[in-house]
Write a protein that binds this ligand. Structure first.
Ligand code: NAD
Length: 349
């Protein structure tokens, strides 16, 4: 029996990735739709064979409570709406899978965790990279010290974000600009690879003056994360330059690179080290591509069925949100910001 999902918000990500991925997943299936556009929803419902009684508006959303076919609500709305729909969803007795960034402030993240705990429901943040096989391979190489101790990481996620009227360009809806939208991939992936939490962050922000896209939210952010093991991770994100979606891990005897690392398709993993004569041995690591969204949803479905804690729970989203707040603070004050140590029981893995 596959776990039933209600997908909330029928924008680009839902239509282009999540709904098709549900058709490919092994443990998850589409059971209901929630949208503010009845005509669009009707068309999508017909396409995916969803009964009219399993189609909800934002006003009738809470009635999901009575729908036994729905186990999980997948929230794919603008960032500022994540908290409300998580809290309402948990109150309706459903497990919540919420898109990244988790919310627009750490206070909101805390409320989401609390609501799900209170309702006895699971909460997972949709960090698809953590379920993607090549990025997981890099994690294994780093954590096994295949090339010795890791010393530095460079990570970059940039795209030229076009429309000044889109919700991503509005502070109230997005929470911020490039940082929570795409820079988050650098932050979350570096933490995922290393399995440790940064102790300090230094950052800078720059937006092109007069560009209408950056009236409310930032264009570029660079930040350096300092880890207790000594690793320094240099990250950069931007909304005004052409695509760069890559990282490279520098260890004592070799490097590991993903370029691209953060796209849905075409990921490429390369590594290099020197043999005993000092000759460089460079190679591509080939791992078959899998649908990241299907893997992520199937993981959550397994957690729901087997009553397990998700690999990327709400606490993982909260930690990123806290670090992003420290990044903005550092850029504002022009000095490093220390981050509190994360208590052992809160460590994610
Ligand atoms: P989108 O703009 O394409 O879709 C957003 C949906 O929300 C639309 O259907 C829109 O009608 C609806 N909506 C409801 N109230 C709205 C309001 N007040 N203003 C604007 N839209 C409103 O956005 P998207 O790219 O699908 O992103 C949705 C979420 O998914 C975001 O949180 C985003 O960060 C996340 N996302 C994640 C990935 C990933 O790879 N995991 C990729 C893209 C987006």
């Amino acid at each position: 029996q596959r776990v039933g999902y209600a997908v909330v918000g029928l924008g680009h990500l839902s239509l282009e990735e999540i709904l098709p991925a549900l058709s490919q997943s092994k443990k998850s299936k589409l059971a209901a739709l929630v949208s503010g556009s009845p005509d669009k929803m009707q068309k999508i419902a017909r396409q995916y064979g969803i009964k009219p009684e399993n189609c909800y508006s934002y006003a009738t959303y809470d009635k999901l409570k009575d729908n036994k076919e729905v186990d999980v609500i997948y929230i794919v709305l603008p960032n500022s709406m994540h908290m409300e729909y998580t809290v309402r969803g948990a109150k309706a007795g459903k497990h919540i899978l919420c898109e990244k960034p988790m919310a627009t402030s750490s206070k909101e993240c805390e409320k989401m965790i609390e609501a799900c705990e209170k309702a006895g429901r699971k909460l997972m943040i949709a960090y698809r990279i953590q379920y993607e096989p090549m990025n997981r391979k890099v994690q294994e190489l780093v954590r096994n010290k295949t090339y010795g101790q890791t010393k530095m990481i460079e990570a970059m996620n940039c795209q030229n974000q076009g429309d000044p009227n889109q919700w991503r360009q509005k502070k109230a809806l997005a929470g911020g600009g490039s940082l929570p939208d795409v820079g988050l991939y650098c932050l979350n992936t570096v933490r995922f690879l290393l399995g440790e939490e940064p102790s300090e962050v230094t950052a800078q922000v720059y937006s092109t003056p007069g560009d209408p896209r950056f009236k409310e939210v930032e264009e570029n952010v660079t930040f350096t994360l300092r880890f207790p093991s000594g690793v320094l991770a240099n990250c950069a994100t931007g909304y005004g330059s052409y695509n760069a979606k890559r990282y490279r891990v520098y260890s004592e005897t070799g490097w590991i690179q993903m370029d691209p690392a953060f796209t849905y398709h075409g990921l490429k993993l390369e590594r290099a080290n020197a043999d005993q004569e000092g000759t460089e041995n460079k190679a591509q690591v080939n791992i078959g591509e899998k649908n990241q969204f299907a893997l992520e949803m199937d993981h959550f479905s397994e957690c729901v069925k087997e009553n397990k804690r998700p690999y990327t729970p709400g606490e993982e989203g909260l930690q990123d949100q806290r670090i992003m707040e420290a990044i903005y603070q550092s850029a504002k004050d022009g000095k490093p910001v220390k981050l509190p140590a994360v208590a052992k029981q809160d460590a994610f893995r």
